[in-house]
Design a protein around this ligand. Sequence first.
Ligand code: AMP
Ligand code: MG
Length: 523
Amino acid sequence: MESRLRFDNRFIRELPGDTDRSPRRRQVLHACWTPAFPTPVAAPQLLAHSPEVAAQLGFTESDIASPDFAAVVGGNQLIDGMVPYAACYGGHQFGNWAGQLGDGRAISLGEVVNDAGERLELQLKGAGPTPFSRTADGRAVLRSSIREFLCSEAMHHLGVPTTRALSLVTTGEGVMRDMFYDGNAHLEPGAVVCRVAPSFIRFGNFEILTSRGDLDLLRQLVDFTIARDFPQLAHDDVDARRAAWFREVCERTAVMIVHWMRVGFVHGVMNTDNMSILGLTIDYGPYGWLDEYDPEWTPNTTDAGGRRYRYGQQPAVAQWNLVQLANAIAPLFPTNDALQSGLDRYVERYRDEFARMTCAKFGFEENTDAAQAIIEEGYALLQECQLDHTRFFRALGDLPDMLPDGSPATLLGDVSYDDVQFESHRARIDLFVQTWHASLPTHDAHAARRARMHAVNPRFVFRNYLAQQAIELAESGDPSMIHTLLTVLRRPYDEQPAHAEFAARRPEWARHKAGCSMLSCSS
Ligand code: AMP
Ligand code: MG
């Protein structure tokens, strides 16, 4: 197993590390990282793994079956070439500067370069405390680890830029958590996820350095990030290179957010420490998926007051976060022009991608005024009638070329969470469907349009109640639903009739249930 992985640990080789090598909690100054070793666990047991990520890294199926594999990805054993560390970052949390945060329960093991030349960093989440852990334990519970493992893989297969997950390991140890911070702490099963990404650098890695006036280190980190993670930006002129880099970060962030809006994903904690410099979805905590379309919805109970991170606000929050990044790197720019034009580019790119995306969801090939009016009415009906975001678009794609006699609203099937609203809007829904139908490109055969719409409108998303069911079963000793969901969510755009139950509307029991509609940061 060892000889198959080739490590090239550029982050720790090229950037300054902490000279204090002790594990005690502290401010880590004048360094981008500090050594941090996983704390061994009692009984690491592999619960699930992603075959694609394993293959990408070069692990064989027999590697994965060996006890060594669970030991490595559970934090009990290191492979030759791994030099574990925790990265230093800060962040704006809920709009306020929070100072140093850092990898408090994430430990990077090293950067693998695979046979295809791809760089893939391995990072354990929940492998024990680091100097950044403050008063917390550095551990993660099974429920949040299942959510991270399955959701990041689901997002990847939906075509959303994201960090990946190699493995999910139970530790055989309990972890004390107070899920809703209401004095009801109890022991929960512990777990470790091994996540994988080309880079785990966040906006906050830059912010912390500027906040401390450490501009030499800021310059090093910026130029390192460009050289390692954006090698295509090869301008000779350093100012032009940094400007192109910021613009690229803005563009990637715009593209990522449009994908979230397309699939109905709500991140839940869009703090700047949870924003990847590569424009990847990162840090799966109290995220959620829209069932009924509601731009006001946030899954995070910690965010319930201000709803800062609600679905409809995500584009604006990403922009706010980019402004914080721009402020952090501004000392390296001769004027603010390039930063402002990068931020402007975010707005334009978001607007263009969003328009393209919504047209595609409705099956339009061109963004005309007529198409825009229909799209607007479609979203109004989604909201007013509490229609299921995923099922609605899929049903639209399934509508036949010739609408039969009768009320077209009926053809949409089980899409509404509010029958009263649905019935009182029936005439409007009928008119919407007829108008939409009449405005589709006439050359378009049904099969072609259906395929086109189904390619952007998933049938399966990782609904909150599905996650909760998989968690409850796993906590009672049966991990089978994790495996089933992993299989189904690997092909989210395919019909998969044998798995129709996973495409169902949220059942009534899950409407207000903890874990389904309410989540917290406690994980
Ligand atoms: P998050 O809300 O998960 O993005 O985490 C914010 C900060 O808190 C990061 O610095 C995390 O590393 C840290 N953190 C969260 N949970 C724990 C934990 N159980 N132990 C140590 N640090 C944690
Ligand atoms: Mg985080």
